[in-house]
Write a protein that binds this ligand. Structure first.
Ligand code: FAD
Length: 302
């Protein structure tokens, strides 16, 4: 089957990977290179702190963590770390799938994947190409114009306009890269009014963050950079002397819930908000299925 996948971020590339593995003739159409996507800004820790809990988010998270665990890809490793939550908050349901979870009031500690997203996306794009998919760099104005048997709308923030869906909104996020002083754990502080995170990737640490609904520009704000550095050094004192390497801003594609459904010859898969790296291998369907069922699963599993 000739399939056009619109989107070259983590969602589009993950879908394209599985569809080419299943033997389809796949073309990825993307306005930007992998390193220029929102996906390449993400801190890359695998759990969904900013997403409404639901059975399917729990399932997708568990599937994805297992997939990343099995990948031999640059920038991907399993690391133990801590998620701080309000002391009276219930245990999030996705946490039950974390095999080595330790839980005490206000603190969850577990092992999950951490993904250095620029390195990983470069590898994933190369893998998709090696599997035989073509890539076209251009803007798609209308899904109907694409000459394909099936179209996958995995265009992130662009997925809403392409589908005539006005519920997708940008939520800006700024991160700061610091030199990694040799951190061996990640930490995400979800107990403070603004979520802060420190995700080590070996050479650099991704520190964040901000949640800015409606933001449309991606120019880092020096004042926000200074605030993130201060918050993250308070959280992890070992960062006190770490050099600031740079800042980035991404626009998370938020939607009341992730869209994954089939409408005629189009499969919509967008609106992953602050958890697209986490959900990517879950929403694209299961690896261990037969060819025919794999595509069906991508189209029909809601
Ligand atoms: C600061 C920050 C930190 C984050 N941290 C994490 C984290 O730790 N863990 C996690 O799981 N998630 C995290 N996220 C969220 C994650 O980055 C997103 O959910 C994810 O990147 C969404 O992936 P996507 O492929 O849908 O969108 P994108 O990465 O935005 O890709 C969209 C693609 O579609 C293309 N496109 C759009 N419109 C068109 C069009 N009309 N024609 C052609 N191409 C088009 C774009 O060019 C691009 O290639 C973070 C996000 C931010 C901003």
């Amino acid at each position: 089957m000739r399939i056009s996948v619109v989107g070259g971020g983590v969602i589009g590339l993950s879908c394209a990977c599985r569809l080419t593995e299943a033997g389809h003739d796949v073309t990825v159409i993307t306005a930007t290179r992998p390193g220029e996507t929102t996906s390449a800004v993400a801190g890359g820790v695998l759990f969904p702190p900013l997403t409404v809990n639901s059975d399917r988010v729990d399932r997708w998270t568990a599937t994805s963590v297992e997939e990343y665990r099995s990948l031999d890809a640059p920038g991907v490793r399993m690391l133990r770390g801590t998620f701080l939550i309000p002391r009276d908050a219930p245990l999030p349901s996705w946490a039950f799938s974390m095999p080595d979870l330790d839980h005490e009031p206000g603190r969850l500690t577990f092992t999950t994947a951490v993904v250095d997203t620029p390195a990983y996306l470069t590898w994933l794009a190369e893998r998709v190409a090696a599997l035989g998919a073509r890539t076209e760099y251009r803007v798609v104005s209308r899904l109907d114009d694409l000459d394909a048997d099936l179209v996958v709308n995995a265009a992130g923030l662009g997925g809403g306009p392409l589908a005539g869906d006005g519920t997708v909104v940008p939520v800006g996020g700024q991160v700061v890269h610091l030199a990694d002083p040799g951190l061996t754990e990640w930490i995400v502080d979800g107990a403070s009014p603004v979520l802060s995170h420190v995700i080590p990737h070996g050479r650099h640490v991704v520190c964040g963050g901000t949640q800015e609904p409606g933001r449309t520009d991606v120019t880092p704000d020096p004042g926000v950079t200074a605030d993130i550095v201060r918050r993250c050094r308070d959280l992890v004192p070992a960062l006190a002397g770490a050099a600031v390497l740079g800042s980035k801003v991404g626009l998370r594609p938020f939607r009341p819930e992730v869209r994954l459904d089939r409408d005629g010859d189009v499969i919509h898969c967008y609106g992953h908000g602050g958890a697209g790296i986490t959900l990517a291998w879950g929403v694209r369907g299961g690896r261990r299925r037969s060819r025919g069922r794999r595509l069906g699963r991508l189209g029909h599993r809601i």
